[in-house]
Design a protein. Structure first.
Length: 295
């Protein structure tokens, strides 16, 4: 009886958190799905139930699919640079024997992550500027006239330029997390592998990589989910242009809701984003739970 009472008393302490989750997370999700079945003029307040028409219109919208493709491209490059690239850099830095150099390098590569994403976007907007920008001037010094390019003004390069900025801004944070994971690996494992004749590359693949698997899975989850929630960098640098070529799902949601005054369509996009990120999170958590590492 006393054990039952203690369990009940413990559950009481979770009630405030559950109420906050219900009010600020789950209720808005349900409301958003309800809004996605309406045509809603926010200015006049008029609403009309249309069922799943917003979803049919959404899936027939070419800009929605180009936005989805941009998110996929964003996620792919983010995994390459902010997960595997960051892991490689962290392993290289942690292999340095000098503690002073390790600290200095950690500080250097973390500095971009301390800069606001909006500020970084503005910074790179001027770097990409075709006439006075640093990038064209630097490339022009190597090959004059060859790289005179409007990086954010051409559909072929605008989205990649935006993604490049985001990778520069977030790379250091991912590297720092991997560095912490590598530091948790017992030094005896690396020493034993070295005694067996394993070189640095072999130790990385046979010791470091398997033992940071959980962190790698977490970073893939966070990175891919973040890629499908991208908004600030696109709005600051291109606002979806040129010719809607750099829209992502978040900016296309904003354009439909707050520019076109079509909140039903915007709510449908929000529902799609939620389903995508939830599916990715569940799949990644299932995968990492099956392959949990213990030592």
């Amino acid at each position: 009886m006393r054990t039952l009472y203690r369990r009940a008393a413990g559950l009481v302490w979770t009630v405030p958190a559950l109420v906050l989750l219900a009010v600020f997370v789950y209720l808005p999700l349900v409301q958003n799905f309800g809004y996605s079945t309406l045509t809603w003029d926010i200015y006049s307040g008029s609403q009309q139930f249309v069922g799943l028409d917003n979803y049919r219109d959404l899936f027939a919208d070419p800009v929605f699919w180009s936005s989805f493709t941009n998110n996929l491209w964003y996620a792919l490059l983010s995994v390459v640079f902010q997960v595997f690239g960051a892991l490689l850099l962290a392993a290289l830095v942690e292999s340095i024997r000098s503690t002073r150099w390790q600290r200095a390098l950690r500080t250097i590569y973390f500095i971009p992550s301390a800069i606001s994403l909006t500020v970084a976007g503005l910074l790179f907007y001027f770097i990409y500027e075709p006439n006075l920008g640093l990038l064209n001037h630097a490339l022009g010094a190597v090959a004059p006239g060859t790289f005179d390019h409007a990086w954010l003004g051409q559909e072929s390069t605008a989205m990649t330029a935006v993604i490049a900025m985001s990778q520069w801004q977030g790379f250091g944070y991912s590297t720092l997390l991997f560095a912490v994971a590598i530091q948790r690996i017992p030094a005896e494992l690396h020493e034993a592998a070295a005694l067996d004749g394993a070189g640095p590359v072999r130790r990385f693949f046979q010791v470091t990589l398997p033992l940071v698997r959980e962190m790698t899975g977490l970073m893939v989850l966070v990175t891919v989910s973040g890629a499908f929630q991208a908004f600030n960098e696109v709005m600051v640098m291109t606002s979806g242009g040129p010719d809607n070529s750099t829209h992502v799902l978040g900016t296309w949601l904003y354009r439909n809701g707050f520019v076109r005054n079509d909140f039903g369509h915007a709510a449908a996009i929000g529902t799609v984003i939620f389903v995508i990120t939830l599916t990715i999170a569940m799949a990644q958590l299932w995968f990492t739970r099956r392959r949990r590492v213990e030592w």
